[in-house]
Ligand binder design. Structure first.
Ligand code: GCU
Length: 336
């Protein structure tokens, strides 16, 4: 399967765009001198990303004297990530949180940060993705599509969960349909881990698990809990195969429409939001784990060496340009 995107011919969000224009939408172009940035998020209001971005909205409004504000639309109400990124690109909405998997479909260099084994921990990851010397041109590489990457929020460590029983080795995933994000890296990753990858949007996973369309999925404990996947897939196996990464993207024209002073204030608040998100993430992960244990999730440790060995070919398969190799080497050097 090839997930590479071409917005010009896609048109899959037409219905959403119509719905938005019917209620007066438009990129960061609210009345008078003020600019309300509408942000699409696929998480609930209890998720750290919602909390940090909602606070970002309050702080930006305050520090720009009300000239710029951010409104966060949770729960995929502005569309799943595949649609949301297109809506930001064409200016129907202004901002979105999208997984790195979505950006790899626009520029393959983003694949590097979507690979297992690149980041050892949340702390390592946040250091790397905030270092201009490592990310180079990555965050500005989509400006020809009117997308500016502000930076990243961690997705924490991701593991496999399923409806049938504990997974210990790749053999235990044989014949199991495991939901993945719409991404070549994720498809190959699950194949190597022994399962049958099934791409679908995040918001469809609960029903798909419940109805048996899929047998399992992979995510962090916070999303597993806030999406209530624990209700329908109670076996959570600590494969810890990936430290995942989300990005916050903004429509480039909307970003540039701010005065220099407002943009500086916005960027300062954005940096504070990243800090807040990381702190919240670490606390909420511990809490989620305890809540899940108390409410019947069965956790188990896996044969980590077997999964590491299975995943080994992934790096070689996806790091195949000089730019990717340079980013990868710099990310790994920062781990040592
Ligand atoms: C995480 C991540 C989301 C992503 C989701 C998924 O929850 O934060 O951005 O959409 O995983 O698996 O689709």
């Amino acid at each position: 399967m090839n997930f590479k995107r071409n917005f010009a011919v896609l048109g899959s969000a037409a219905a959403m765009m119509l719905a938005l224009s019917a209620c007066g939408g438009g990129a960061g172009s609210a009345g008078g001198d003020s600019q309300t940035l509408r942000l699409a998020l696929n998480q609930t209001e209890t998720h750290p990303s919602y909390i940090a971005l909602d606070n970002l909205g309050t702080n930006v409004e305050e520090s720009t004297g009300g000239r710029v504000s951010v409104e966060v639309y949770a729960n995929e109400t502005l569309g799943a990530q595949q649609e949301a990124i297109q809506l930001v690109s064409d200016g129907t909405i202004d901002m979105a949180v999208v997984s790195g998997t979505q950006l790899e479909n626009l520029n393959p260099d983003f694949q590097v940060f979507n690979l297992p084994g690149v980041f050892d921990s949340v702390e390592h990851q946040m250091g790397v993705i905030g270092d201009d010397a490592v990310v180079g041109e990555l965050y500005t590489s989509l400006e020809d599509q009117n997308l500016t990457v502000l930076g990243g929020f961690t997705q924490g460590t991701r593991s496999i969960y399923n409806t049938a029983g504990p997974v210990n080795t790749p053999e235990d995933l044989a014949g199991k349909k495991v939901r993945v994000q719409e991404s070549d890296v994720q498809m190959t990753m699950i194949e190597l881990m022994g399962g049958a990858p099934t791409p679908m949007a995040f918001g469809e996973v609960y029903t798909a698990l419940q109805s048996g369309v899929i047998d399992g999925a992979e995510n962090n404990e916070i999303s597993y809990l806030t999406q209530k996947h624990n209700e329908v897939a109670k076996y959570f196996s600590n494969t810890n195969h990936l430290v995942g990464l989300d990005y916050v993207v903004i429509n480039t024209a909307a970003f540039e429409a701010m005065t220099e002073e407002d943009r500086a204030a916005f960027e300062e608040q954005w940096a504070a939001a990243v800090e807040e998100h990381t702190t919240l993430w670490l606390d909420e992960t511990e809490k989620a784990h305890a809540d899940l244990e108390a409410s019947g999730t069965e956790f188990n440790d896996v044969d980590a060496e077997a999964f590491d060995a299975a995943l080994e070919p992934l790096i070689e398969e996806f790091i195949d340009t000089e730019v990717e190799q340079t980013i990868y080497d710099a990310a790994r050097a920062a781990a040592e």
